[in-house]
Design a protein around this ligand. Structure first.
Ligand code: SF4
Length: 368
């Protein structure tokens, strides 16, 4: 399904720069017109291969170009993935996302191993997501055939700022992988990272790119940089939480049916700031106390916050019977009064298990 509406950067600027409370109010209205605003989708993230990545993403401690990423782990075994899937299910997640610190699949053996992991996740009755770097069309088709529901590949920032953060692959490389994912009929999870030293115009430029994908990404993770010692962006000035609220609200307005996920950096937010993000239309989080190798909100603190805000996990509506090879996706309810004819959405999430102890504890939590 193609988008009919294309958004100009000027239009997005106008939305983004409204008085904050007007922006949040508008986003909250859009959220309620398109989705159940009381439901939060929760997913678990599992790193299946950590460190030693050939890419040079400036924020990432898994890059072999930076000191913390020089140590790498091996691809974990299938049994570990099965255990993680069971634990994720028992913890109330409805999706398990597996991530590998690769530029792309190194060989067919790795691809076949990941396909087996995807089948194991599906057997547990969970939705599956993977983030493995760049994909060829053939690889994307094979992952789809194995049952992969979502592929995560972030655009990270605006096209203009991108080369200040990553030099080993281009923005177009990323768009090409997203196209392969779409051609394989999988759902897209793609978002970015705020606080990379970019200008506000770059945050708007990122949203412009995402909102104008056709169809729009079903899942839009919005990360805030967690600065990591000995990486190029270790000393970047942090952004104000208001910028996160603005980005979440604008994403919600532009992509009313997508899952807008608060991802890395949520742990640093107060309950009040998180509540403002939920009000602004965030409806997805990573649950679990680890995100790949950085801390995430403790499950208990999420439970308490959700109770205070009257929110509940989406998984409560999902079938829980394991050993199903096909589980119906629960998509956000269709719009009754759409603001604009935008493509169908979805989402994914990540949580984390503490693992790969040989890797720096300061490794990153940003996928792809
Ligand atoms: S963000 Fe992903 S692609 Fe970039 S260096 Fe880290 S693991 Fe590699």
């Amino acid at each position: 399904m193609a988008n009919v509406t294309q958004f100009s950067r000027e239009e997005i600027e106008k939305i983004y720069n409204q008085p904050l409370l007007e922006l949040v109010f508008q986003a909250a209205q859009v959220h309620r017109e398109h989705q159940d605003s009381r439901k939060i989708q929760c997913a678990t993230l599992l790193s299946v291969k950590t460190g030693g990545c050939a890419e040079d993403c400036g924020y990432c401690s898994q890059s072999a170009h930076h000191k913390p990423g020089k140590v790498k782990s091996k691809l974990i075994g299938l049994e570990e993935v099965k255990i993680a899937a069971k634990e994720a299910r028992e913890a109330g997640s409805d999706r398990l996302c597996i991530g590998a610190a690769w530029r792309s699949f190194r060989n067919d053996k790795d691809l076949q191993s990941v396909k087996a992991m995807i089948r194991a996740i599906k057997d547990e009755g969970l939705e599956s997501c993977a983030t493995m770097g760049m994909l060829t069309q053939k690889q994307a088709d094979e992952l789809k055939e194995a049952g992969l529901d979502y592929y995560n590949h972030n655009l990270d920032t605006s096209p203009e700022y991108y080369s200040k953060v990553i030099t080993t692959r281009t923005y177009q490389d990323r768009l090409d992988t997203l196209e392969a994912v779409r051609n394989a009929d999988m759902k897209i999870c793609s978002g970015g990272i705020l606080g990379l030293g970019e200008e506000q115009s770059d945050r708007i430029g990122l949203l412009e790119q995402l909102a104008n994908l056709e169809p729009q990404p079903e899942s839009v993770p919005i990360n805030v940089l967690v600065p990591i010692k000995d990486t190029p962006l270790a000393n970047v000035t942090p952004i104000d939480w208001v910028e996160l609220v603005r980005a979440v609200a604008t994403a919600r307005i532009l992509m009313p049916k997508s899952w807008v996920r608060m991802s890395a950096g949520r742990e640093k937010l107060s309950e009040e700031a998180q509540a403002m993000c939920f009000m602004a239309g965030a409806n997805s989080v990573f649950s679990g106390d680890r995100l790949l190798t950085t801390d995430n909100n403790k499950p208990d603190s999420d439970k308490i916050l959700f109770q205070k805000l009257g929110l509940s996990k989406l998984e409560q509506n999902r079938p829980r019977n394991a050993n199903l090879n096909t589980v119906e996706s629960v998509e956000p309810p269709a719009s009754q009064t759409p603001l604009s004819p935008i493509s169908a959405p979805a989402q994914l999430i990540q949580i984390g298990k503490k693992q790969s102890q040989e890797i720096s504890e300061d490794a990153h939590a940003y996928l792809g």
